[in-house]
Design a protein around this ligand. Structure first.
Ligand code: NAD
Length: 500
């Protein structure tokens, strides 16, 4: 028999007592402090709906304090660290994350709702990113020009911006913080990080580690809401670069704010990614990839493969197997080992997803599975949405064009490759895509035809450190998780010396 709502609640209370950090202030200049306003907000456990902790609601004054602390660190002890010092420090951060991997994973599952199997994966990849970018501290070799008309020496150096502002979303709270912090620190910048208000806890736990390892002020964390804490960071005159991960509409506001003072900006934004199934697909393997594509992290993935284009010849077989796999996913308590679908991050996100589902129903879509509210009494109080697969939508409809950010897959059958590819590319987004085919030439041709920053072939959701990740079109500007990311956190200076 499964857990009851009461036993789930008890387990979550006990786990929270063990892993929610005791110190939960804004992290500024190496100390946890209250918001200047004294205000706080609640962060809730989406499995039970209970409050996990009260966290300071930072505002413009706090952002200003944090930027000053970062500037002082950059001008002081942090700015004096050489490449090898930064390399050692980044490895130490990775060691400390790994040493506390269980606490991080439990905290992430409590605050976000993701199953612990996925949280442990996030923690491992987060630590690995600090190690990967530790190596990147040594990569700056610059260029020198061959001598030309007369004695002179021309060379380049890469210089950090100084203070970088970073803003992260709630779907991979620790991992997105690691993707941002590691390359910025590797390049020698000081940082002010604003985590998402829905899931601030793992960033604050990480702040405790960063405070032990790095000089005071090298990383500062200002928790709070987008308008109050995020916007002032994007507008601050002493922030030389803004790196943002989140939705495309907010990304546009961030870019406008940065444009006011011509600050550098990188944007990792939303997606509505196609997954193309060719007639020669290996159905078993392909269904595994399709399940990962749309149901991993309960569909709360920027990369979610949410539009499935399946060839007529294999459509019935593929969809039958996919529906069976979707219905076989265990939905429930994210702290249970066999859970594959946890709750969404909040009741608001459930409402948002279900309003798209209702729109699909009104548009006359056929539901192959899901589409109804979850009414299991054992999951009462939690923000659950059942895996949902729909067919028959007009590709121009809002339901198809917009990012749903939930476990909802929209299916289209095809038999004409060019028509299918036109539709696959007919969205504003271009973050990721997948191709399922046995013939490698077919798969490669499709991968080349899709307008997206990452295309997975016969797999999905793989993010090895070193593989550049970022969007085409309205999915973003810049690449993360690769050595080139360090360049996004530096400026090139040319030095031209006369030797006459
Ligand atoms: P969101 O855009 O609502 O919020 C993201 C962050 O921006 C939060 O910290 C929020 O507080 C802050 N924010 C909100 N308004 C702001 C403003 N006016 N100025 C500055 N900051 C502001 O996104 P979300 O709902 O937290 O996350 C989901 C979105 O993130 C999805 O669109 C998803 O596709 C995207 N995402 C993209 C990637 C990627 O790498 N491309 C990765 C993860 C998530």
């Amino acid at each position: 028999m499964g857990d009851t709502a009461e036993s789930i609640r008890q387990k979550h209370e006990e786990t929270a007592a063990e892993v929610v950090p005791e110190e939960l202030g804004l992290f500024i200049g190496g100390e946890f402090v209250d918001a200047a306003s004294g205000e706080t907000f609640e962060t809730r456990d989406p499995t039970t709906g209970d409050v996990l902790a009260d966290v300071p609601a930072g505002g413009p004054e706090d952002v200003d304090r944090a930027v000053r602390a970062a500037s002082e660190a950059y001008e002081g002890e942090w700015g004096e660290q050489g490449a090898s010092d930064r390399q050692r420090l980044l490895h130490e951060i990775a060691d400390r994350i790994e040493a506390e991997r269980k606490a991080f994973a439990m905290l992430e599952s409590l605050d976000n709702g993701k199953p612990t199997g996925e949280s442990f994966g996030d923690v491992a990849v987060a630590a690995d990113h600090f190690r990967f970018f530790a190596a990147a501290t040594r990569l700056d070799e610059g260029i020198t020009l061959p001598a030309d008309d007369g004695p002179r020496h021309v060379s380049t150096v890469q210089e950090p911006f100084g203070v970088v502002g970073q803003i992260t979303p709630w779907n991979f709270p620790l991992l997105m913080a690691a993707w941002k912090l590691a390359p910025a620190l590797a390049a020698g910048n000081a940082v002010v990080l604003k985590p998402a208000e829905e899931t601030p806890l793992s960033a604050l736990k990480l702040a405790g580690i960063l405070g032990d390892v790095l000089p005071d002020g090298a990383v500062n964390v200002v928790t709070g809401f987008g308008e109050e804490a995020g916007a002032p960071l994007t507008e601050h005159p002493d922030v030389g670069k803004v790196a943002f991960t989140g939705s495309t509409p907010v990304g546009k506001q961030v870019m406008k704010a940065a444009a006011e003072r011509i600050a550098d900006v990188t944007l990792e934004l939303g997606g509505k990614s196609p997954l193309v199934v060719h007639p020669d697909v290996d159905v078993e393997k392909g269904v595994r990839a399709a399940v990962l594509a749309i149901f991993y992290n309960t569909g709360e993935c920027c990369t979610a493969g949410s539009r499935l284009f399946v060839h007529e010849d294999v459509a019935d077989e593929f969809l039958d197997a996919l529906v069976e796999a979707a219905e076989g996913l265990t939905m429930g308590d994210p702290l249970e080992r066999d859970t594959r679908l946890g709750p969404k991050v909040s009741p608001e996100q459930v409402d948002r997803t279900m309003s798209f589902v209702e729109d699909a129903r009104e548009e006359g879509a056929t539901f192959l599975t899901g589409g109804e509210p979850v009414e299991d009494p054992d999951l009462a109080g939690g923000s659950f949405v059942a895996p949902t697969i729909v067919e028959g939508l007009d590709h121009d409809s809002d339901t198809v064009q917009q990012e749903i950010f939930g476990p909802v897959l929209e299916v289209f059958r095809w038999d004409d490759y060019d028509e299918m590819m036109t539709l696959a590319n007919d969205v504003d987004y271009g973050l990721a895509a997948g191709v399922l085919a046995t013939d490698i030439e077919t798969a490669y041709r499709t991968a080349k035809d899709i307008e997206a920053g990452t295309v997975w072939v016969n797999q999905y959701q793989d993010f090895p450190a070193g593989m550049p990740f970022g969007g085409y079109k309205q999915s973003g500007i810049g690449r993360e998780t690769a050595f080139e990311t360090v360049n996004h956190y530096t400026r090139t200076k040319s030095i031209d010396v006369s030797l006459r």
